[in-house]
Write a protein that binds this ligand. Structure first.
Ligand code: GCV
Length: 719
């Protein structure tokens, strides 16, 4: 058997060099790619199927697959598979028909796998059992390698495989809200991992590990800088830094994108206008795109926040969002780039319900965007609240590719100290039926393009990654990065629970005595946060600026829609925002069946009740209790759920390494304290508005309202 002489030896060596020293101890750095030894009995079976690696070719993605398989199988099974050109019994053969004669000889049907899909099959070649990972591209092979490792990590049999998988979305993108000074807007995991000052020369192993983690869950794009963009990120020195990151990420199938500041032609280009219809402005963006593509040939394109929260945009020149988006789209089109144009807009002049404004601005523009523009829509119409109804734009722009944007970082769900698994939130939105004419247009089918026949499709997640050793600021927040990638791969079919289980098995333990309670705990955790922060459809009750902690009383900010009182409208008579026809009529932005359901007090889901209705405190809930009683009970339920989570975790010590056990224990204690704070402060305030006392048998807030109103956290992170 001849050991391969690598044509791409240097690519392999640099990847292997990055992995020789496994991260020390259990500090969370290894994420779900821990590859700890599996139980001896099971290891013997797995070893039979993975004795040898037979890669097809030596491209960087194939080298990355080889490095990952060696690393993973060595860690999991305790023996290092030999890398060989000829496949013996138990070999793992992987590659594309174009790059691997062995794969080509198998004449597999890869037709429906697209560019990034893969198949994994157990076959016999010359009567020897082998496992084949085949794809149409080397990156597809890499995805298949991660999928095979996942099977071993989660202890599934791998001796009779016949799997096919392909991503349903073209763009599966992390949005980093990272500033050039390494501050991360709404980041709760330390500084930015992009060390802009030391780039482009300094490329720590961290960047390769970041790319590995993303590739393992199918993320194929990274917007490096904050949507509240600094035009400097488009200057030559920063393009060189972005190019360095692109080089590290390329073997892992990840493209880099940049957030573009719309006024860049003025700020760094010396022009007097950024008007999208001005020929000089158009020429400037074309030249800028050419310059970027010269440095980064596979540059993904631009993400733009325009005319939103003070950012410049086309409306500054009385042009539309479509005219603005098309300006940039034309500049990147010759290079195959895309523009992700955000629909998160609300005006300081429009007195209309903020929840309606994005729809009002964008829906009339349906069909007026270039084919390489995707409009990026937040999951709900306000702003990443713990619970929102799906954004009405998803049901209203069939002629435009729509991406969905979710937060992975938990700006409104307790930062990184509260355990809140976001899989159920993502699933809830993706499975929502827009009820557009033409059946089956769930949000998932709108964003995967299948509802309207769009090839451009995507999902973006605002990253929760920072320089903290455990990447996400907390061990359990890694699950939110994980579930984002897994759901973006197949938003229609993916479900939160099996993904949580997969993550727990890979990240902590395969012992069912651990897996089951932890998955249950995760699955209930987001609802717990909703209950103790924003129950029954309330929203936007957080403190000003940093958004840390409750402040439903705030009413004095310059813009009405910045004030929590704008959203809850609590007074002596009742509480809630009337979005029915009698109120702001936001319900009219949904398809009639959906709008009617939200309007109808007998049909509206109670978790969204006060999002759509303003109701008297004595309104009878379906439970028979008054609204006031139910509100108090719901806050209490949220607090109790956290107590239950603490008890569950305390019983799991035997299954977890000490450091991660202690870290989670401390964070759950913080969450418990803060859940009580949310409950007590909110109820003290709503009691003062309603003039009611708490129902008998419920605990009084620990402090008077003035105490909570006096708390101040000028240095809360992420602001
Ligand atoms: C990047 C919210 C956040 C802002 C964020 C904005 C957005 O308002 O608080 O920090 O800005 O959303 O999504 O653009």
């Amino acid at each position: 058997m001849r050991t391969i002489a690598w044509a791409g030896l240097s690519a392999l060596l640099s990847i292997l060099a990055a992995i020789v020293a496994p991260a020390s101890a259990e500090d969370g750095y290894d994420l779900w790619l821990r590859y700890r030894p599996i139980e001896a009995a099971a290891a013997a079976d797995y070893r039979m199927v993975a004795t040898q690696l037979a890669p097809g070719g030596a491209s960087p993605p194939i080298a990355a697959a080889t490095a990952e398989l060696r690393r993973g199988l060595t860690g999991l099974l305790g023996t290092t598979p030999e890398v060989s050109e000829t496949a013996g019994a138990g070999a793992l053969i992987y590659g594309t028909p174009a790059g691997s004669p062995q794969i080509a000889a198998l004449d597999l049907d890869l037709g429906d796998l697209g560019r990034e899909g893969y198949m994994i099959r157990s076959l016999r070649i010359d009567d020897r059992p082998v496992t084949v990972i085949a794809a149409n591209s080397d990156v597809g092979v890499l995805y298949g390698a991660f999928a095979l490792l996942r099977l071993v990590q989660t202890r599934q049999p791998i001796d009779r495989l016949d799997l096919r998988a392909r991503p349903k979305l073209a763009l599966r993108v992390l949005n980093h809200w990272d500033d050039l000074d390494r501050h991360v807007e709404r980041g709760y995991a330390g500084q930015s991992i992009w060390d802009w000052h030391r780039l482009p020369d300094y490329r720590p192993e961290l960047y390769t590990d970041y790319a590995r983690a993303n590739a393992s869950i199918g993320v194929n794009g990274v917007v490096l800088n904050n949507v509240n963009a600094n035009a400097l990120s488009l200057t030559a020195p920063y393009v060189a830094k972005a190019a360095a990151l692109a080089e590290v990420f390329r073997p892992y199938g990840i493209r880099v994108y940049l957030s573009a500041r719309f006024s860049a032609p003025v700020e760094i280009g010396g022009l007097t206008t950024a008007d999208p219809l001005d020929p000089d402005v158009q020429a400037w963006w074309r030249a800028k795109a050419d310059e970027i593509y010269a440095a980064i040939p596979d540059f993904g394109g631009f993400l733009v926040k325009a005319n939103s929260e003070g950012q410049p945009g086309p409306q500054d020149y009385h042009r539309t969002h479509a005219e603005g988006a098309n300006l940039l789209a034309d500049a990147v089109a010759p290079h195959g780039g895309v523009v992700m144009w955000r629909a998160f807009v609300y005006s300081d002049q429009a007195p209309d319900d903020r929840a309606k404004q994005a729809y009002t601005d964008f829906v009339p523009l349906d069909g007026r965007f270039r084919p390489n523009v995707a409009v990026q829509v937040k999951n709900g119409p306000i702003d990443f609240q713990p619970r929102e109804p799906f954004h009405p734009i998803f049901g209203a722009m069939p002629a435009t590719p729509l991406m969905m944007e979710v937060q992975i970082t938990k700006e409104y769900l307790g930062f990184s100290t509260h355990l809140a698994y976001l899989g159920p939130l993502y699933e809830e939105v993706l499975q929502s039926d827009t009820m557009r004419p033409g059946a089956g247009a769930t949000v998932a089918r709108v964003i995967d393009g299948s509802a309207d026949g769009h090839a451009l499709s995507g999902m973006a997640g605002v990253a929760n990654i920072g320089a903290d050793r455990n990447w996400s600021g907390s061990h359990f927040d890694q699950a939110n990065w994980y579930v984002f990638g897994r759901m973006a791969w197949d938003p229609e079919a993916a479900r939160a629970r099996p993904i949580a289980e997969e993550w727990v098995r890979m990240t902590f333990s395969n012992d069912d005595r651990f897996v089951e309670p932890v998955v249950d705990m995760m699955m209930g955790s987001r609802e717990a946060v909703v209950d103790y922060m924003t129950p029954l459809g309330l929203h936007h009750l957080m403190a000003t600026g940093h958004h840390y902690g409750p402040a439903p009383w705030v009413s004095d900010l310059a813009r009405p829609e910045w004030n929590p009182t704008y959203y809850h409208q609590a007074d002596a008579d009742g509480i809630g925002f009337d979005r029915t026809a009698a109120g702001s009529d936001a319900v009219a932005q949904y398809a009639p069946q959906v709008g009617d359901r939200f309007s109808d007090l007998d049909a509206v889901p109670e978790p969204l009740l006060l999002w759509f209705h303003h109701l008297p405190w004595d309104y009878r809930m379906r439970s028979g209790k008054t609204l006031w009683e139910e509100l108090v009970l719901t806050y209490d339920r949220g607090v109790s759920a956290v107590g239950e989570m603490r008890r569950t975790w305390a019983g799991l010590q035997p299954y977890v390494d000490p450091q991660r056990f202690d870290d989670v224990t401390v964070f759950l204690a913080i969450q418990d304290k803060e859940a009580r704070w949310w409950r007590d402060a909110s109820l003290a305030y709503f009691a003062s508005r309603s003039g009611r006392s708490l129902p008998e048998g419920t605990t009084e807030p620990e402090h008077p309202l003035t105490y909570y109103q006096g708390l101040s956290y000028p240095f809360a992170p992420g602001n």
